[in-house]
Design a protein. Structure first.
Length: 261
């Protein structure tokens, strides 16, 4: 009887040890950082009051305090913050990056990128890219960056988020890009000439399709970014389908840390 108990106890101990090992294996691996680059995809950042009054239920608009806490963490913990050119050089094997490498991107070209995000980026000596919707830069819409607002410097850069590929086409269950021919996609890119550089591109809603991939391969676009595959970008990823983490407001801070580790 005693022997049976010993065997059961032994099996239990082994079982728990294997389980614990399995659960902690990721933590141990991540202690030294993941390979590749954590590319973070934000949208808007607004004041605490505006967040409460106008964007309470919008997950893509963060409050200043939440955003600044993340930027301060990057700076305090010596994260290497990369520009689009750095990401491209890394992708082609021309540059090595730290295990703590991040790239900050923002979609849709909101005015608050210049008024709120940029001063915080400067304060912590980081850099960020905004992917701008071309036609919005000519609308005088106060919510969006206008042509004169798009001046690249050491802290911020502006690239393309399409000229006008956000609105859903005639098939409501598909994103517009999925309804477009390769030629229509080409024409959309051409409309951004003189407005914003298409050297780097972020897919509206992060959605790609075969026609877009075909066009990009024949174009001068250097890298294109998708969304939300919840993993770092590596050299094994497709050049025109690079993964980003979709950032959202009120995200638990440990999740932010986990993603960038
Ligand atoms: Zn967008």
């Amino acid at each position: 009887m005693k022997n049976i108990l010993k065997v059961i106890l032994c099996v239990l101990v082994c079982y728990i040890a294997i389980g614990l090992g399995w659960m902690t294996k990721d933590i141990i691996i991540h202690e030294n950082g993941k390979d590749g680059i954590a590319i973070l995809g934000y949208h808007g950042v607004v004041s605490e009051q505006e967040k409460k009054e106008n964007y309470a239920s919008n997950p893509y608009f963060m409050s200043i305090s939440e955003f600044e806490k993340q930027m301060k963490y990057l700076a305090d913990n010596n994260y290497q913050c990369l520009s689009m050119e750095d990401v491209e050089a890394y992708y082609h094997g021309k540059k090595e990056v730290s295990k703590k490498a991040v790239c900050l991107t923002f979609d849709d070209g909101y005015k608050n990128f210049n008024t709120i995000v940029k001063p915080i980026i400067k304060k912590y000596n980081l850099q960020a890219t905004n992917f701008v919707i071309g036609y919005k830069t000519k609308t005088n819409n106060l919510l969006y960056l206008q042509t004169n607002d798009l001046k690249n410097d050491q802290y911020v850069e502006y690239y393309s988020h399409s000229y006008d590929m956000h609105h859903i086409g005639h098939l409501p269950y598909k994103k517009k890009i999925e309804t477009m021919t390769t030629n229509e996609i080409k024409r959309d890119f051409e409309k951004n000439k003189g407005l914003v550089s298409t050297d780097y591109f972020a897919f509206p809603y992060g959605v790609s399709c075969q026609n877009a991939q075909d066009y990009l391969k024949s174009s001068s676009v250097k890298l294109a970014f998708s969304y939300n595959q919840n993993r770092h970008m590596t050299r094994n990823d497709k050049q025109y389908l690079l993964p980003r983490y979709l950032m959202f407001s009120n995200m638990p801070f440990p999740l932010f840390k986990w993603w960038i580790e």
